[in-house]
Design a protein around this ligand. Structure first.
Ligand SMILES: [Zn+2]
Length: 111
């Protein structure tokens, strides 16, 4: 329902509306992951259901990444690569709002 001021490329580090949008997106994804984890919880143990357990582990990792991204929004460093300190492309953040590295660092990374 917000009006977009200009079609110019977004600067996620200096645009409160854009940040609010990312924050909402992150909070929504956080709720989804937490519901997913809660749903799998009764059988999410390696000796009960390995698939549920590993799904829970990856969801927990994403939850940690989402929480870190929310902290970066508060700290004013959201959209800045944690490795090279360069900007993270908005297109990347639209797909993975909790990304903490730019594409070159991500593809170059060891993880
Ligand atoms: Zn980088």
């Amino acid at each position: 329902m917000t009006t977009l001021p200009t079609p110019a490329p977004i600067d996620v580090t200096d645009d409160d509306d854009e940040l609010t949008g990312f924050r909402r997106q992150l909070e929504e994804q956080l709720r989804e992951r937490e519901a997913f984890i809660a749903d799998l919880d009764p059988r999410a143990a390696p000796h009960i259901d390995l698939v549920a357990w590993s799904s829970t582990q990856s969801a927990l990792q994403v939850v940690a990444q989402i929480n870190a991204a929310l902290l970066r929004i508060d700290a004013g460093t959201f959209g800045t690569c944690s490795r090279c300190a360069g900007p993270i492309a908005p297109a990347r953040l639209e797909i993975i709002p909790y990304a903490d590295t730019c594409v070159p660092c991500h593809t170059d990374g060891t993880s």
